[in-house]
Write a protein that binds this ligand. Structure first.
Ligand code: FAD
Length: 495
């Protein structure tokens, strides 16, 4: 039977993104969102990667004007890591190390120890607190290919609700109690308002509750706590001082028992300390957080577990967002994988003519499982090789973090240095971080390898020229505040 009606259980960023993606690509479907005002939304999830603008602006082609007006994002060019033994290093979304600059015989990674400090425009802009280069008329070049966003979760969800409603999605404030199913088919949702609802297909976007996939189907959960030891976060905002510019990047700072993010919004800054409750009490974590961030106002604690369900598609249910899995927020990957889930689901329904068979579901589950595991593996190298602090937490991470799928990538790097040859063999073409991600982290943390390269005079001259080119273009770039002003000018038109 062809799917004609869909119920999305959950109205957080996952539920709305799924509903928008389905309705945009399969407008014939009836899509209804059920969300519980009593339970509410998680209210965190502010950092994105370039997958996010790509999904909404390029793949779904949703209007940019309304997005910017309602979601009010700022731009994120990458992550500044206060990590490893150097003061800091920048992991830009632009390509830095897994490419070869003209005139150099080897790829950039081999010259990492030499100037320039920034190996691409993205990193050059980050280093100077600029968001975009300018064109010859001095206007910021607001391109989104290697740029992501910082967005407050509440504003994002409000925008998504507006966009979903515009597309014809029905949104209802209802809490689901009992769920009936026959084998792997959900049949009826019992609402606390006593109504019963059914549909041909269900999207479980109920957050950590995983009401359909976890609670109803009892699907096996793959716990990542053997690799990722953090399970809690203390979150708090602070005002931006007058002299402080809006930073066009997320900061990830090593803390005694985990790490702390800094995310800049237009009018305030949010900080969040992600820690392991096995190594520190909530009170002591809060004390360290406040000692290092005295201006932070009211705080709250969010608990989480890192891991994923074995299958995210069972029968007539697909789980997305936190209901399918969650990997702790270092690298801000949840919204990224969410976009991939929604796109893969919509494409699966289109290609199967809304009549998906078992092999399609098997393929979907394998593909999504690999994407989750690959995030765990990428984060594993962050913990295994961070030598900044010698607290019991970090000693434990260095001694006890298995690399899983990243082990071969690490062994290859150890033997061959920052070679790009690893790309095709050890790093899947579907990998969300690619060789660039691995090299940015290995080189940033100064993980030793056996192929150190000594540049000759000619290579040094090329590097100097590259440094000057990046410095010239990046120094004259526009700050976040300047770029926001430009897009709010009534004469501004989005391409
Ligand atoms: C500390 C922390 C930091 C994070 N930082 C980032 C980040 O920087 N970047 C990033 O991409 N992600 C981040 N995330 C992940 C972020 O939470 C998710 O990306 C995102 O918000 C998805 O949430 P969701 O929609 O799955 O869940 P939720 O926002 O929890 O939404 C669940 C929805 O289901 C509804 N619901 C639940 N049960 C029922 C029921 N029985 N009946 C009816 N409705 C129900 C709720 O009311 C709600 O509407 C972070 C997560 C944590 C814990």
């Amino acid at each position: 039977m062809k799917i004609q009606s869909v119920i999305v259980l959950g109205g957080g960023s996952a539920g709305f993104t799924a509903a928008i993606t389905l309705k945009r690509l399969l407008p014939q479907l009836t899509v209804t969102i059920l969300r519980s005002p009593e339970i509410g939304i998680i209210g965190v999830g502010e950092g994105t990667t370039p997958f996010f603008p790509h999904h909404f602006h390029q793949f779904l082609k949703l209007p940019l004007k309304e997005f910017y007006e309602r979601a009010q994002p700022t731009w994120k060019l990458g992550i500044r890591f206060l990590w490893g033994q150097r003061e800091s290093f920048d992991y830009s979304f632009d390509q830095q190390f897994a490419k070869r600059s003209p005139g150099l015989p080897r790829n950039n990674g081999f010259y990492h120890e030499e100037p320039p400090a920034a190996w691409c425009l993205g990193a050059g802009l980050m280093a100077r607190n600029k968001a975009f280069t300018r064109n010859q008329r001095g206007i910021p070049e607001i391109t989104l290919d290697t740029t992501a966003y910082h967005i407050e979760n509440i504003k994002l969800v409000a925008y998504l609700e507006w966009q979903a409603t515009e597309l014809g999605v029905v949104v209802r404030n209802e809490t689901v109690g009992q769920v009936d199913h026959q084998q792997d088919q959900i049949t009826t949702l019992h609402l606390l308002s006593s109504e019963k609802m059914t549909a041909d297909f269900f999207v479980d976007a109920s957050g950590f509750a995983a009401k359909l996939l976890g609670e109803t189907f009892q699907e096996k959960f793959h716990d990542y706590s053997d690799t990722l030891f953090c399970d809690s976060a203390i979150i708090g905002p602070r005002h931006r001082e007058e002299h402080e510019e809006i930073q066009p990047y997320t900061t990830a700072e090593t803390m005694d028992h985990g790490w702390c993010w800094r995310i800049d919004h237009e009018n305030h800054i949010n900080r969040g300390y992600v820690y392991s409750s096995k190594f520190v009490s909530d009170e002591d974590a809060e004390a360290e957080f406040r000692r290092k961030n005295p201006a932070v106002q009211q705080t709250r604690i969010v608990r989480f577990r890192s891991g994923r369900y074995q299958r995210s598609w069972i029968g007539n249910v697909v789980a997305v967002g936190n209901a399918a899995g969650f990997v702790e927020p270092l690298e801000a990957t949840a919204l990224m994988i969410l976009c991939g889930q929604c796109r893969s689901l919509a494409e699966a329904l289109i290609d199967s003519d809304c009549d998906p068979g078992p092999m399609l579901k098997t393929m979907f589950n394998r593909f999504m499982g690999e994407r989750w595991d690959e995030i765990r593996d990428f984060l594993a190298i962050h913990y295994r090789f961070n030598k900044r602090l010698n607290t019991p937490f970090w000693q434990h991470c260095r001694e006890n973090t298995p690399l899983h799928g990243a082990e071969e990538i690490y062994q290859f790097y150890l033997e061959n240095g920052p070679s790009m040859l690893a790309n095709a063999i050890f790093i899947s073409p579907n990998d969300q971080f690619g060789a660039e991600g691995y090299l940015a982290m290995f080189l940033g943390m100064q993980v030793p390898h056996q192929k150190k390269h000594q540049p000759n005079e000619q290579e040094l001259a090329v590097l100097k020229q590259l440094d000057q080119t990046i410095a010239t273009r990046a120094s004259s770039g526009a700050t976040v505040a300047e770029a926001l002003q430009v897009i709010r000018d009534p004469r501004w038109r989005w391409a």
